[in-house]
Design a protein around this ligand. Sequence first.
Ligand code: HEM
Length: 123
Amino acid sequence: MFDRTDAHITTWAIAIILFVIALFLLKSGNKKATKIVQMILRVFYLLIIATGVTLFARHSDFDPALYGFKFLGGIVIIAMMEMVLVRTNLNKKTGIFWAILIIAFIVTFYLGARLPIGWNWFA
Ligand code: HEM
């Protein structure tokens, strides 16, 4: 849990799947099912943060700046997933939130894969 990233990867992978399911349910007009999936998704937001903070607390000394950006990027992704879902539900524009979501995902994924624990693709 403290030195392995499996739990963290599992939580954000499931969150992405739930996010896509919630979007499809919203588009198909199934409000009740959307609400249920969204509630489960919110639990996964907390699990992503809990597993991320655990890794952060143990390893951020290695490179506080990069770990700090990784932390921030993860939080931004979660905030943008929530914004996209809430605004799609209200029929409001989501373009800017999608853009931030995609950029934050690329940056966060890169940082996660670059930092030393678990995947270490860019060393
Ligand atoms: C949906 C949001 C998130 C995504 C897509 C994501 C993605 C990733 C990826 C791809 C890794 C690399 C896994 C590996 O090396 O095996 C990682 C590791 C990590 N994540 Fe996240 N993450 C997210 C949220 C967060 C949050 C909110 C935090 C902090 C609270 C966080 C902190 C960390 C830390 C500290 C690591 C270990 C970095 C390392 O040394 O390799 N992440 N994450």
